[in-house]
Ligand binder design. Structure first.
Ligand SMILES: [Zn+2]
Ligand SMILES: [Zn+2]
Length: 463
């Protein structure tokens, strides 16, 4: 299909995937569970989810993974983590740091925040498989990837030099070349202190870089930069981790990844995606995935970051908003454009949803057939449950707001019957339990907006 005329940007990505002609398609996304994972991560996950669904509908074999990188070391912790806890565990991989909450009972810090994210997938209509990186590194297949990297260190260094050197000023170039003299593509998890790295008082990170690779013994030597311990350790120990620039292509090659989106920080020229592709091709002999760069999702005018900025998780969103509305925002916006999610504009989002639903069912016609096609396509992507033949009656957001405000005046059962009679429906698919959930969610939204307005008004009064 001609790019200019494709009905939706998703089709352009699908075309790129088809052009690789793979028998088995693998979609991948990844995240380090370093704290509450913010809502923005669902942008790349939902892009892959819609690819998965479309590909499956078209009879392709498709796998969709989320890599939770819990072998990554804690470089820093978010502010909400206790200071003593931070000191005790800085530099350890998230898989080996205990859950930060008392009486939670989950197996690690990484699992705690990873599970918080994945527990929302069902509600958002996401069907993927989770791979924990720490476990992956215990497998022979991954250890083989590490071996290939250690045996071809010069090749990796040359690729990194080619891409990174031109982006540095003269002084940094000198430092980079000096650093490369002793650089190795992997680091070791210290057997004595369970750390991968040390953070020096000036904030620099010193990883426990492999010092030498002993090919005959298939082992490496290392000195721990955190506690000074040194030893030789076999590749099969599961305690050797690839540098992040090599970790990515190693996983691509291992899983034959066909497509992986990347946030704009990794998508820049000379960034990890570009170096990753060349390492993947030259080191592992696999051409690498289709790159889908995407812009951030912001909350109002604020950035969402795991370690800095405001915390707003997928779970927080589900407490106030409809997952299909969120999907609609993701799918209506080209990945290269940023999205500002504005909680107070939820009613407008619902109006737009109503519009695309009407267009889909032919109840509203648009002058532009191209736009009509786009909106119909968008509606299909947005829906989580199978689409019914006829438009279903539903309680509008405005009516929900009203019902939420009068809910204390009537017993729930009465309110439920009233709501159904108002929309002239005996909608069997909306149970009283669902109705209760909708009321709760709407009340939460009203309260959230009240708080936002109060805060804004308070701020204005002070200035
Ligand atoms: Zn926990
Ligand atoms: Zn140590």
């Amino acid at each position: 299909m001609n790019k200019e005329f494709s009905i939706h940007w998703l089709e352009d990505i699908l075309d790129e995937i088809y052009s690789k002609n793979p028998e088995q398609i693998t979609l991948a996304t990844g995240k380090t569970p370093s704290g509450h994972v913010h809502l923005g991560i669902l942008r790349e996950i939902l892009i892959c989810e819609s690819l998965r669904k479309r590909l499956k509908e078209r009879g392709k074999k498709v796998k969709f993974y989320l890599f939770l990188d819990d072998f990554d070391a804690a470089k820093r912790f978010p502010d909400y983590i206790d200071k003593h806890f931070q000191e005790e565990h800085l530099g350890k991989p998230f898989a080996l740091i205990p859950c930060p909450e008392k009486n939670c009972g989950c197996e690690s810090y990484g699992h705690h925040y990873g599970n918080e994210l994945t527990s929302t997938f069902k509600d958002f209509g996401i069907k993927n498989e989770v791979i924990w990186s720490f476990e992956l590194y215990q497998t022979e297949e991954m250890q083989e990837m590490i071996k290939i990297a250690l045996e071809n260190n010069d090749l990796i260094k040359n690729i990194l030099k080619k891409y990174i050197l031109p982006t540095l000023d003269e002084q940094k170039q000198k430092l980079f070349l000096k650093m490369q003299e002793t650089w190795m593509p992997a680091m070791v998890l210290c057997e004595r202190c369970n750390r991968l790295q040390k953070r020096t008082p000036d904030g620099a990170i010193k990883p426990n870089r492999v010092i030498s690779y002993l090919k005959q013994e298939e082992s490496v030597s290392y000195t721990c930069s955190a506690c000074g311990f040194n030893n030789e350790i076999p590749l099969s120990s599961g305690r050797i981790k690839l540098n992040w620039r090599v970790d990515w292509p190693a996983k691509w090659a291992l899983f034959n990844t066909t497509c992986e989106p990347a946030g704009k920080d990794h998508s820049v020229k000379g960034g990890a995606y570009d170096t990753g592709l060349e390492i993947c091709q030259k080191l592992y002999g696999y051409e690498g995935p289709v790159k889908v760069p995407y812009e951030w999702l912001r909350l109002g005018d604020q950035d969402m970051k795991t370690s800095k900025g405001i915390v707003f998780t997928p779970k927080n969103y589900l407490e106030i908003g409809d997952p299909e509305i969120y999907r609609m925002l993701i799918y209506r916006t080209n990945p290269m454009k940023h999205i500002s999610l504005r909680i107070e504009e939820l009613p407008q989002y619902y109006d737009f949803f109503e519009k695309i639903e009407n267009v889909y069912y032919g109840l509203e016609n648009l002058e532009s057939k191209q736009e009509e096609g786009f909106l119909k396509y968008l509606y299909e992507l947005t829906k989580i449950k199978p689409i019914s033949k006829k438009k279903e009656a539903k309680i509008s957001f405005n009516l929900l707001i009203f019902l939420a405000q009068i809910q204390n005046l009537l017993p729930l059962e009465k309110l439920y019957q009233k709501a159904l009679s108002w929309i002239k429906s005996e909608n069997k698919s909306l149970t009283i339990e669902d109705f209760k959930g909708l009321l709760q969610r709407t009340s939460n939204w009203v309260n959230e907006v009240k708080t936002m307005i109060a805060e804004e008004y308070g701020e204005k009064k002070q200035t």
